[in-house]
Design a protein around this ligand. Structure first.
Ligand SMILES: C[S@@+](CC[C@H](N)C(=O)[O-])C[C@H]1O[C@@H](n2cnc3c(N)ncnc32)[C@H](O)[C@@H]1O
Length: 217
């Protein structure tokens, strides 16, 4: 369970990741990212060594270590390096985007573009790195061949969301029952304490939910 809120774990996890309070495989050894790089090379070879239209995408790149190790490995295969059109990084955190830019691009400037931000890789001026806040901003092109990485990403997304509800100031409570509302005369003991309420997590974005609600009317 991840606890949401400005001062809780999920919100502060970006800072923890930057400080190194928790560690993921790419941070333990460069071999992890190098092996993923070798896997991309092997897949590219087995798919017929396309000479253009390849793009790499990483969702939730953290400090950028995994992509840095992947690119350093791929640099040894110039044919593949030339076939890569772009590298897309999907990152929601501004702090981590800055850390990724520093590691992957060095002194190359970070500029705004149509979908977020862009810069050049420190490994090769030909490699353009593009940041987007949401995966839906990444252009879709059926002619392109994506290699998508998502390491320790899905487990960072909330599955169950709970909200701590403060005690109610109202003396009496109205309880909805199948036969109608009933007014309680006594305040329940639990109403004087904070309570946890589970919220609904929907796979659909809010604008889609509004449309679904309208079609039910
Ligand atoms: C646990 S970290 C994993 C970092 C890295 N992949 C690693 O293995 O070291 C999760 C990453 O996903 C990012 N993230 C979390 N929720 C996101 C979202 N909804 N959209 C985009 N990025 C998100 C975080 O900012 C962070 O970079």
């Amino acid at each position: 369970m991840a606890i949401l809120g400005r001062h809780h774990w999920l919100a502060s996890s970006q800072k923890r990741l930057l400080k190194g309070d928790f560690v993921t495989s790419p941070e333990i050894s460069q071999i992890f990212g190098e092996l993923i790089g070798v896997w991309i090379v092997a897949e590219w070879m087995s798919q017929g060594r396309k000479s253009k239209g390849i793009y790499l995408m990483e969702v939730g790149p953290g400090r950028g270590t995994l992509m840095d190790d992947v690119l350093r490995t791929i640099k040894n295969f110039p044919e593949l390096l030339n076939a890569i059109d772009k590298i897309y990084l999907v990152e929601a955190s501004v702090e981590l985007r800055k850390a990724q830019h520093k590691l992957l691009c060095g002194e190359n400037v970070l500029e705004r573009n149509d979908i977020g931000f862009g810069s050049k890789s420190k490994h090769s001026d030909k490699l353009e790195i593009v940041w987007a806040e949401d995966v839906r901003f990444i252009p879709k092109d059926a002619e392109q061949t994506p290699f998508i990485l998502a390491h320790e990403f899905f487990d960072a997304l909330p599955i169950h969301v709970f909200r701590s509800v403060p005690p109610s100031n109202a003396g009496d409570e109205t309880i909805q029952t199948p036969t109608g509302p009933i007014q309680t005369t006594q305040r329940s003991s639990s109403a004087s304490q904070h309570q946890w309420r589970e919220l609904l997590v929907s796979a659909k974005p809010p604008h889609r939910l509004k449309k679904a609600r309208r079609s039910l009317r």
